[in-house]
Design a protein around this ligand. Structure first.
Ligand code: PMP
Length: 393
């Protein structure tokens, strides 16, 4: 059976993680993997999460299955957190998923099941798993231009030109905020232009929001997605709680579908059928934690404060690195770091420069030049800026 299997091509990010782990140099710096780190270099469990977990340990009475769509209270709270009151409840279907990845998989399968062989359009560049998951779910994938390496910001004209080739019913994957890997987000006017194109051409947006609260704040980060949700008849949304609740390994997420009210029953039933044939029942713990936090005012406040601390730390690191680069290069070429949102920025680094950073300076960024700014430590900013300058970036 297995003789036909070649060497499996793993996600390049996973290969980078392995190389970092195996590097014996004490001074090594990991800007590759997409997890938040605090000033001590660790990925802490949030205090609000610990508190909710204590409450669950004391009060939970069963580990029996929750149900195909998962925890309804969690689903409703997440729909509110992401969508606000942009769309009426009777238009929203929701199922709890194992992480944002589970939501992406399910929504891709929904598109493959319900659509007429839709193409999944993803931004160039994007998180590598977007295309991989879409393809596994049976969708043909194409990319649209997104990033302008000159301005380090989105190139909306190019994006809209490419998407004007999309056919009715095609799915357009858009990053809700904190674009991975570029850090370059759409502004309100750009969201509106994209929404107009989606409506005009009858496209279906799939908004992937994995960093809600990491850019400018919960409300600001959801604003573009909500503008779009209010203006389109159909939309898919994949939500991850991995970063903003720090629940990475507890696999917590939700898939939301916005449809006309009369189609909601069919959408919800199809989502549940897809759940049944994938993981049958979602894992409970992470969703139970999130539900517990969002139902308790004191815990919500605690969570907001912790999220703000993480966000402010990332902003401070962005400013710090931009300033260190200004000192080392004598230019403001790296001021784009301050315009970008979220953990990542795409650095203007060639493959050879990425390799030199790793070999000569023990600094790990992904092959395309993506750096996780939340992987930085304050006291290393200068060393990193020096390394970037030395390799000619
Ligand atoms: N979408 C994007 C853009 C991501 O960066 C990630 C995580 N790296 C995900 C989805 C999936 O997150 P999760 O770990 O919750 O599956």
């Amino acid at each position: 059976m297995f003789s036909s299997l070649g060497e499996a091509s793993t996600d390049s990010i996973l290969a980078l993680m392995r190389a970092y782990r195996e590097d014996p140099r004490a001074e090594k710096i990991d800007l590759g993997v997409g997890v938040y780190r605090d000033a001590a270099g660790t990925t802490p469990i949030m205090a609000a999460v610990k508190e909710a977990e204590r409450h669950l340990v004391e009060t939970q009475e069963t580990k029996s299955y929750v149900g195909l769509s998962g925890d309804e209270t969690f689903n409703a709270a997440m729909a509110r957190l992401v969508l606000g009151d942009a769309v009426a409840d009777e238009r929203v279907s929701a199922v709890q998923t194992p992480g944002g990845s589970g939501a992406l998989r399910l929504l891709s399968e929904l598109a493959a099941t319900a659509g007429d062989r839709p193409i999944l359009w993803v931004s160039a560049p994007t998180w590598p798993n977007h295309m991989a998951v879409g393809a596994r779910a049976g969708l043909v994938c194409r990319s649209y231009r997104y990033f302008d390496p000159e301005t380090h910001m989105p190139d909306t004209d190019a994006m809209l030109a490419d998407l004007s080739e999309a056919r009715r019913g095609d799915v357009v994957l858009v990053h809700g905020c904190c674009h991975n890997p570029t850090g370059a987000d759409l502004d309100a006017a750009q969201w509106d232009r994209l929404t107009a194109l989606v409506v005009e051409r009858g496209l279906v947006p799939l908004v992937d929001i994995a960093y809600l609260g990491f850019g400018e704040g919960l409300e600001a980060d959801a604003a573009g997605l909500r503008r779009m949700a209010a203006g389109v008849p159909e939309m898919l949304v994949s939500v991850s709680c991995s970063k903003n609740f720090g629940l990475y390994r507890d696999r917590t997420g939700v898939a939301l579908v916005i449809s006309p009210p009369h189609q909601r029953g069919a959408v919800q039933a199809t989502l549940e059928t897809l759940v049944r044939t994938n993981w049958s029942m979602p894992p409970d713990h992470g969703a139970a934690v999130v539900r517990t936090i969002l139902a308790d005012e004191a815990l919500v406040e605690m969570w907001h404060d912790e999220l703000a601390t993480m966000r402010e730390r990332i902003v401070a690191l962005r400013t710090g690195l931009a300033e260190a680069m200004a000192t080392h290069t004598g230019s403001d070429h790296y001021s784009f770091l301050k315009q970008h949102r979220g953990m990542f920025s795409l650095l203007p680094a060639s493959a050879a420069q990425v390799e030199a950073l790793r070999k000569d300076h023990a600094i790990y960024v992904t092959g395309d030049g993506r750096a996780n700014l939340a992987g930085l430590l304050e006291d290393r900013l200068d060393r990193i800026a020096e390394a970037f300058t030395t390799v000619g970036m």
